[in-house]
Structures are given as C-alpha cells and as structure tokens.
Design a binder for this molecule. Structure first.
Ligand code: A3P
Length: 299
C-alpha cells in the first residue's frame, strides 16, 4: 500500500528494512536460551511481545508493577530487523537480560544461520489474512509518514487488495510466510510453536500456559492456583494495554504513535471493510496455497 518494497530472498521486503535485516542476518549471534517471536506484521506481534515478556519475567515483579504498565512492549522485546537497527550495524545485544526475547518479521528460510543452528525457541503468531490485510491498511493510512518520508501514493482498496492477493505485501506473500513456519513447526515441534490470533482470542489462558510450557517455563500449580495466568492474560489484554497512558500518547518510532498499534483487536473486522466477493477470492487462494499443508485458517 504505497510502501516501497523489493523482492529479496524470495519475499517482499520493505526497502527501509533491507539494510538492517542484512546486518541482522550477517551479525546476529543466537543463544540457545533466546526466544524469537516471528510474525507477518499486524498479526498480533504487540500482544505476543507483552505476553512473552510477562511470562518470562513473572518472578521479577508483581503484576501491578509490571514495566508493561509504563513501557510499550516493542521497547521490551527488541525487533531484530527494525529500522533503527540500521543506525548500528552490529549492536551489542550482550546486555539484554536472559532469556533474551526478540522478534522478527522474516520468513523462516531467511533467518540468520546462527539462529537456525541454535536451539532457541521460535513462537510464531499468524492471523486470518483478511483481518491482517485490513489491520495493515488501516495502520498505513493512519501513519502516512513512513518512517520519515512521505510513504507515497495511497492505493484504492481494490488496488491494494489485488496486490495482496498477488502476494505483494511486506514480508509476503503471506502464504509463503505462514507455510515456512508451519512446516518448521511440523518438522520440529519443540523448536517452533505455531499459534493463531483467533485461538489466542478464544482462550488466552490456555494459550499462555502452552507458550510457557513451550519455552520451558511452565506455570507451577501454586502459580495457577494464585491465578497468575489469568492475571497475565488481563494485563496483556487489548482493553488493558490500549488504555495505558504510554500506549495512548507514547511514540512508537518517528511519527508513528503507540496508539496506532491498538486499533480494534477484533476477529472478523474485515467484514466492515471487504465484500463477500473479496472473501470468496481469498478462500480460493487459501485453498490453492494451503490445502496440501493441512494448515486451516478460519475466515
Ligand atoms: P487491528 O488493527 O485489527 O485492531 P501487530 O502487533 O502485529 O502490529 O498487530 C496489530 C493488531 O493487533 C491490531 O489489530 C491491534 O489492534 C491488535 N492488538 C494489539 N494489541 C492487542 C492485544 N493486546 N490483544 C489483541 N489484539 C491486539
């Protein structure tokens, strides 16, 4: 949607992330205790960052004193290829508290070799593509400056959707992105946990327990009895995070405000923007691209 992109290593890469991600691929040294969150943008990254941070650091402070209450989760879980990385080709990540929590939008095959060879855990969050498309379009329309330059012409909804259906989107095509992690999770379920936004919304407590187990930090019986899982779920809920002062008025980067990371947080919001014919077109694409994989996305 007006965001300059180029085809790179088989995926559509926003031009402004090209340099940082090359540095990331070349210089990043993974550790076996690292936890990497991977996603297509607008699939629930901000939410999962908050959850991972809260699960990993639950012994460090009581819920009502969580740093999340005063800090956007993108400042607590470092986005490895994000554009400010460009300002420093090889940042010192040695001081990041362990287990280190990172995020990336790279597809699985483009991850740095050091990450592939390590035993670090990868948590992947995906979302129904129609909601993801709407979320991304609303985000780009709200943030016309990207990140400091005019982000270019605004495409019509039909044009933008055509491009999306052709696989032209940041880090897409989405089906390749999803399948890269889906297949990795089938090959190595101890290494890659594949989550869906819709399942997380349906039963966050169940999924939080699953994530904690997966990263080797299961909740104890005492913690469960004390209601800690529910407390983390509430702390990281859309409603709670959206209303925090830091997320209402804080700056994400450049001119992009934290509040643009919290829009509706609903499942099925696409119905307010897209026609049944568009949904039908997407169903056919999903059938063609995903049916053999066994991955089912609910539209
Ligand atoms: P909507 O635009 O549909 O509301 P990302 O974090 O990957 O950029 O994804 C952003 C989407 O996740 C937005 O979707 C945003 O509202 C939603 N979101 C942000 N925080 C959330 C939370 N705590 N729980 C559920 N959804 C959340």
């Amino acid at each position: 949607d007006g965001l300059p992109m180029c085809k790179f290593q088989g995926f559509w890469c926003p031009v402004f992330t090209l340099h940082p991600l090359l540095c990331f691929q070349k210089n990043f040294q993974a550790s076996d205790t690292d936890v990497l969150l991977a996603s297509v943008p607008k699939s629930g990254t901000t939410w999962l960052k908050a959850l991972l941070f809260s699960i990993v650091n639950r012994d460090q402070f009581p819920i009502d004193q969580s740093p999340l209450l005063a800090t956007n989760s993108h400042r607590l879980v470092f986005s490895l290829e994000c554009f400010y990385y460009a300002k420093n080709d090889n940042p010192d990540l040695g001081n990041v508290p362990r287990p280190r929590l990172f995020s990336t939008h790279l597809p699985h095959q483009a991850l740095p070799s050091s990450l592939m060879e390590s035993n670090c855990k990868i948590v992947y969050i995906c979302r129904n593509p129609l909601d993801q498309f709407v979320s991304e379009r609303q985000f780009l329309l709200k943030n016309r400056l990207w990140p400091d330059k005019p982000y270019g012409e605004v495409l019509s909804l039909d044009e933008a959707f055509d491009m999306f259906c052709d696989g032209v989107q940041a880090f897409g095509p989405f089906w390749d992105h999803l399948l890269s992690y889906w297949n990795a999770s089938l090959e190595n379920p101890d290494r890659v946990l594949f989550l869906k936004y819709e399942d997380m919304k349906r039963d966050p407590v169940l999924k939080i327990k699953k994530i904690a187990e997966f990263i080797g930090l299961p909740f104890s019986e005492e913690e469960e009895k004390a209601g800690l899982v529910g407390d983390i779920s509430m702390l990281c809920s859309f409603e709670k995070l959206k209303d925090l002062e830091i997320n209402k008025n804080g700056i994400h980067y450049g001119s992009v405000k934290n509040n643009s990371l919290f829009r509706k947080g609903d499942v099925g919001d696409w119905q307010n923007y897209l026609t049944p014919a568009m949904a039908e077109r997407m169903k056919i694409i999903l059938e063609e691209k995903l049916s053999e994989s066994g991955l089912i996305l609910d539209i």
